[in-house]
Design a protein around this ligand. Structure first.
Ligand code: AMP
Length: 581
């Protein structure tokens, strides 16, 4: 069905917005001008994300503004001013130095949304070390795979997460010299005691635009996870997009519900809003509709950044529920991570009093690339238009070249003109995989999309087999490899099955080794094995036995065919199919 455009120019004109007029902003924008919005390190020369996010506000006289309000069940909110964040992160940087951690060494976090995550992130950057946040719902296998690639010397985690996810693999991490435990514990050094013993005025490392700051792991269709490398210079894009795409201002109370183990939780849970100077709300708890509405009301949240799965869960909880809360402070709602159904955009308008503004980006882009802006009419179901400074196009890959499709309405791969400040600068140790993402000066995103006659982009699907479940990108290969570790499993193929709430859920197909017999007990056992190793967010929800899996003649499992068969779709080109598959 065609959805009505949500017009932003009402009787009172367009809403006052950081980006007041899209066409004019796009025409006048330059990244060089945008970079002038950053403070830079005192004394000239140098740019450091940690300094931009915390210390610069202290230097500008805003040290007493609340930077972070951390919420959790069963305790009063904890508040940190910009001065406190700056001081504690300096101490963390000093503590790293005291432990002998040099700039460029990797510091991993395996934490929920705790204040210590913010302190460790900012402190790592201020030490000139490289931050890599891991998803706390990962099991030991994904944690191990990522650590083996980046070889961190420090891990910051909690005692509980350490015991469940790290202790079982500790012997395989010879490079890991220090484990820092938030709240203390016998797994490693206590976070608070380390901070207390460190100097409050430890100097910020004089990093530059092209120094590596952050590693975000993402998944492809094949092979190991990829560590996308982002530089300190990316902060120009974080600040600019926080202002333009999220319409953030210093007096905003801002809540990003993303998990800190994924790129949104860092770029827009930590960096963007702190660079703007807003007050950030961080909730340690999982989704709970009533709790979320109460947070929006009680914390007087003005800008809210969330994800389609969460919105669909709120929709399930009903449009009546939000009516019992005062959401009048909420002035802007944005969503990212998976396709946002047009129904959800409109539901926001009726149930929450504001439409939901979808935006699009990915780990590799480091920041929002396509967005529905506050001042721009929304076409429900569209991801919006490219950020000023970003050139997006629909492309057709032709071996190592691309052909740009100019006519509106045609489907192709979403491509971005390479060179914006938060663009990844490599996959760690994987030059070839990195190079394959580019052709003729364009970065190819792996997403299929189309552009309409007004320049709005519409998501069509992924060009590859990666799975998006509850907004989390899951590489089928990682799941298949874990399934294959089970003694009964001879072959495994993993696909995403549509799900009304999570977008997709992971389903596995396996064939068994001789001597094993299909049974409900064995199915449960294999699923439990995967869950234990991968963690609940990544492991398959369901499993089906097959005598054999469809393969190409070269032996590659044809996930597309599995999917077509599962969903009753056309099987497409099967000319490379192995006979008997
Ligand atoms: P990640 O790198 O984990 O952030 O995942 C990025 C991928 O999520 C994109 O390549 C898309 O496939 C998907 N994605 C992100 N935002 C959107 C959106 N607004 N609409 C549709 N898909 C999205």
């Amino acid at each position: 069905m065609a959805w009505e455009v949500i017009r932003k120019r009402g009787a009172g004109g367009r809403p006052a917005a950081n980006l007041a007029d899209y066409d004019e902003a796009a025409r006048l924008f330059s990244w060089a001008e945008a970079a002038k919005q950053l403070a830079g390190l005192p004394g000239g020369q140098g740019l450091n994300i940690g300094y931009e996010a915390a210390d610069r506000h202290v230097a500008a006289g805003h040290g007493d503004v609340v930077a972070l309000r951390s919420l959790a069940r069963g305790r009063e909110p904890l508040e940190y001013t910009y001065r406190e964040l700056a001081e504690r992160s300096s101490r963390f940087a000093g503590a790293l130095a005291g432990l002998g951690v040099a700039p460029r060494e990797r510091v991993f976090t395996l934490l929920g949304r705790l204040p210590e995550l913010y302190i460790a992130a900012l402190g790592t950057w201020k030490r000139g070390a490289v931050l890599s946040p891991l998803f706390s719902a990962f099991g030991p296998a994904p944690v191990l795979a990522r650590m083996q690639i980046a070889e961190p010397t420090v891990l910051v985690t909690t005692q509980k997460l350490y015991e469940r996810k790290v202790a079982p693999i500790r012997g395989e991490l010879p490079f890991l010299r220090h484990v820092v435990i938030v709240g203390g514990g016998d797994g490693g050094l206590g976070f608070d005691s380390l901070l207390a013993a460190a100097p409050a005025d430890f100097p910020v490392a004089r990093t530059g635009t092209d120094d590596l700051a952050t590693l975000h792991f993402t998944s492809g269709t094949t092979g190991k996870p990829k560590g996308a490398m982002h530089m300190h210079g990316a902060v120009v894009a974080h600040l600019t997009t926080a202002r333009l795409a999220l319409d953030l201002r210093p007096d905003d109370v801002y809540w990003c519900t993303a998990d800190p183990g994924w790129v949104t939780g860092t770029s827009y849970g930590i960096i963007g809003p702190l660079c703007v100077g807003a007050t950030v709300i961080a909730d340690e708890e999982d989704f709970d509709a009533e709790r979320w509405y109460a947070i929006l009301q009680n914390e007087k949240v003005t800008v809210w950044y969330t994800a389609p799965t969460a919105i669909r869960m709120l929709m399930r909880a009903g449009a009546e529920l939000p009516k019992s809360y005062d959401l009048s402070r909420l002035r802007f709602i944005a969503s990212v991570g998976e396709p946002l159904n047009p129904e959800a955009v409109v539901w926001g308008q009726t149930a929450l009093g504001r439409p939901i503004h979808d935006n699009w980006w990915q780990t590799e882009t480091g920041g929002v690339m396509i967005s529905n802006f506050l001042s721009m009419d929304i076409k429900p179901g569209s991801m919006g238009r490219p950020l000023p400074g970003i050139e997006a196009a629909i492309a057709d890959r032709k071996n190592s070249h691309v052909e740009i499709i100019r006519e509106p309405g045609r489907e192709g791969e979403l491509a971005l003109k390479a060179g914006w400040p938060s663009m990844m600068r490599g996959y760690l140790h994987e030059e070839e995989r990195y190079r394959k993402c580019f052709a003729d000066g364009w970065y190819l995103t792996g997403d299929l999309a189309r552009r309409d006659e007004d320049g709005y982009f519409w998501f069509v699907g992924r060009a590859d087999d990666v799975i998006k479940s509850s907004g989390h990108l899951i590489g089928p290969f990682e799941v298949e490899s874990t399934l294959m570790e089970h003694p009964a499993v001879a072959e495994a193929g993993v696909i995403g099955i549509p799900d009304a709430v999570a977008g997709e859920v992971v389903k596995a197909y396996v064939s068994l080794h001789k001597g094993f017999t299909e049974s409900e007990v064995l199915k449960k056992e294999i699923l439990a094995h995967a869950r234990k190793k991968l963690g609940p967010a990544v492991a398959p929800r369901d499993l089906a036995f097959r005598p054999s899996l469809p393969k190409t003649r070269s032996g590659k499992i044809m996930r597309r065919l599995l999917k077509a068969r599962e969903l009753g779709l056309a099987e497409g080109d099967t000319s490379t199919l192995e006979s008997g598959s």
